[in-house]
Design a protein. Structure first.
Length: 154
């Protein structure tokens, strides 16, 4: 899962597009603007993001800056919503942390919007995902009905 998360976050930063993430087992999605993805002192991959929607685990309401550990991101979805890079509120382009292993950065340039053929790919991916979830739901329903029949008393 980590390579997929990293790939999507990198794409979001480079194209300056928002991403929806599920973090550290939380049920609620958060919408973030990934500005920088880099390696920290411990060799872990982190994303410095401006969170615009969703609450943090501390209950803090957005908007605010937050650093997310990529290994703790449970799910990520690329959104077709552009953002402006390098918000004045707390973003430091020359931050020392970024020099240790910069992976991706959002630059101050017009956002790159997906081309039409990419949208068709997204539609195909959405259809595949819906089909997969339908199969998963059927499997879960079957498992639950088997479980309930085993727990009935004569």
């Amino acid at each position: 899962m980590i390579p997929v998360v990293l790939k999507i976050l990198t794409k979001a930063a480079k194209e300056r597009r928002r991403a929806a993430i599920r973090y550290n087992g939380q049920r609620q999605l958060m919408v973030v603007e990934p500005h920088v993805i880099y390696m920290d002192d411990d060799g872990g991959v982190v994303a410095n993001c401006f969170q615009v929607k969703g609450r943090s685990s501390s209950g803090k309401k957005p908007p605010f800056w937050k650093t997310f550990r990529v290994t703790k991101i449970d799910a990520v979805f690329l959104l077709n919503v552009p953002f402006e890079a390098a918000r004045v509120e707390g973003f430091k382009l020359n931050q020392r942390d970024y020099s240790r292993g910069l992976i991706a950065m959002a630059y101050d340039r017009p956002p790159a919007m997906p081309q039409r053929h990419q949208q068709r790919h997204s539609d195909k991916l959405l259809a595949q995902t819906r089909s997969w979830w339908s199969q998963v739901e059927s499997a879960i329903d079957g498992f639950l009905s088997d479980e309930s029949s085993h727990h009935r008393r004569p």
